[in-house]
Design a protein around this ligand. Structure first.
Ligand code: FE2
Ligand code: FE2
Ligand code: FE2
Ligand code: FE2
Length: 435
């Protein structure tokens, strides 16, 4: 069965074409944006899952499009509502398959329906129960055997290459963010507050601008339930697969300190998963409390050499540190979303776990990997990274996105290439100032 996810979390970026069709009563209001992902599915049984991160209660209906008709063009009736006759399915209840008579998907909730789609083009129409049609997105059901190119859909999905590049860029941004945070602390210890400040400001740009802007077209952030579901799966993988494997390999290689750390972190990840599961249950049932945020015991990472011997352990540390950096960045955005949705307790949980990922897990691993050196060395590391991003990575990604027709992503990559060049320049100047 194919699942199509719908909701702002899968919406394209700020400059993307949007399939909005604002009906009366919506002008001047903050619109929920709707998009389907993927926007082409094999004909057959398809589940539509809708995340409502808007403020109002919504329902979504599935209507076939006739030849030449595009999503968003369906005329509204005299009441301002679209005629829903011919609807194949209806997502109209929170946390349940819609039966057409629900009370809508409430703010922050998820609903779904399962429909059988013949080959053809379909429109997903959302409305509030009180107002009128707000916006629409198209889905094409391709014949199951051969999937022709999508035509006539409202939102062109990002090309696969662009998605892959966005994911790689986000890993780099998340890693730079946490690395610079540790480099800032080292500069402070060395009595270089201006350099510390430079690292802190760059760190803030990597997460608050670059990572965040790349997360939008990637569809990283969904509603609270979707974010928790993603977090539960990530923590599950780390606690039951990744860290136990790394611990075993480190033990076999004689890297005892790394083996102990990996074992300890696996336990923490299991606790994170349990807390997120409890939070999801509380959200879905409306009963029980969001768990209290975990306490954070920061690890100080001073300049030092690697404390592991085997190449396998070094590679595993690198993988683990990238995973921790990404978790830190993701949970930061999930906390913001929770806060925006009015769920302060969930925001506190995401923020505290995000702090653990950086200040305990990433930091503990960085200490073993010898990732922090003297400030002069750290500046050289940063310059190399920024130069690679500004001269090679982002220009390549921008060119590929442009060729693929993903113009908003191309613009974003190009913009970030310029920012990274500025970072490289500022770090160069700082390095010279050290004498
Ligand atoms: Fe960046
Ligand atoms: Fe975790
Ligand atoms: Fe972690
Ligand atoms: Fe940068």
């Amino acid at each position: 069965m194919t699942t199509v996810d719908m909701g702002p979390g899968v919406m394209a970026g700020p400059n993307a074409r949007t399939p909005m069709s604002g009906g009366p009563g919506w002008h001047g209001m903050r619109l929920m944006r709707l998009a389907g992902h993927p926007d082409t599915v094999a004909a057959g049984v398809v589940s539509l899952r809708v995340f409502n991160t808007g403020a109002l209660t919504h329902e979504v209906v599935v209507l076939p499009l006739s030849a030449g008709q595009s999503a968003g063009e369906r005329p509204a009736g005299p009441s301002g509502r679209v005629d829903e006759a011919g609807s194949l399915g209806d997502v109209s209840r929170s946390c349940a398959a819609g039966a057409g008579d629900g009370t809508g998907i409430t703010s922050g909730a998820t609903g779904w329906t399962t429909v059988t789609l013949q080959p053809g083009r379909y429109e997903l129409v959302t409305s509030t129960l009180a107002v009128s049609v707000a916006l629409c997105a198209g889905v094409t059901a391709a014949p199951a055997a051969a999937s022709p190119a999508v035509t006539g859909t409202a939102i062109p999905a990002l090309q696969q290459q662009t998605r892959t590049n966005l994911a790689q860029a986000m890993r780099g941004e998340a890693f730079a963010n946490v690395s610079y945070t540790l480099f800032a602390a080292q500069a402070q210890r060395e009595g270089r507050p201006a350099v510390a400040d430079l690292f802190r400001k760059a760190a803030a740009v990597e997460l608050g601008e670059h990572f965040t802007q790349e997360a939008a077209p990637s569809g990283l952030v969904g509603g609270n339930e979707a974010n928790l579901t993603d977090a539960i799966s990530g923590e599950g993988y780390e606690s039951t697969t990744m860290y136990p494997t790394f611990a075993r390999q480190a033990r076999a290689a004689g890297d005892t300190a790394a083996a102990d750390l990996f074992t300890e972190i696996a336990k923490d990840e299991a606790a994170h998963q349990a807390a997120y599961k409890a939070a999801l249950t509380a959200l879905r049932s409306g009963k029980g409390a969001i768990p209290a945020p975990p306490a954070v015991t920061p690890v100080t990472v001073t300049a030092g050499q690697p404390k592991v011997t085997s190449a396998q352990t070094r590679a595993n540390l690198d993988t683990a540190m990238h995973g921790e950096a990404l978790a830190h960045a993701k949970y930061t955005l999930y906390a913001q979303r929770a806060q925006q949705s009015g769920n302060a307790a969930l925001a506190r949980l995401f923020t505290a776990v995000s702090d653990v990922e950086l200040q305990e897990h990433f930091s503990g691993e960085a200490a073993l990997a010898g990732s922090v050196g003297t400030t002069s060395h750290n500046l050289a590391t940063a310059i190399a990274g920024e130069t690679y991003e500004s001269k090679t990575m982002y220009p390549t990604f921008a060119q590929q996105a442009k060729t693929a027709g993903d113009t908003a992503a191309a613009t974003l990559f190009q913009h970030n290439a310029t920012d990274e060049a500025d970072h490289a320049q500022a770090f160069q100047t700082a390095r010279k100032s050290l004498g």
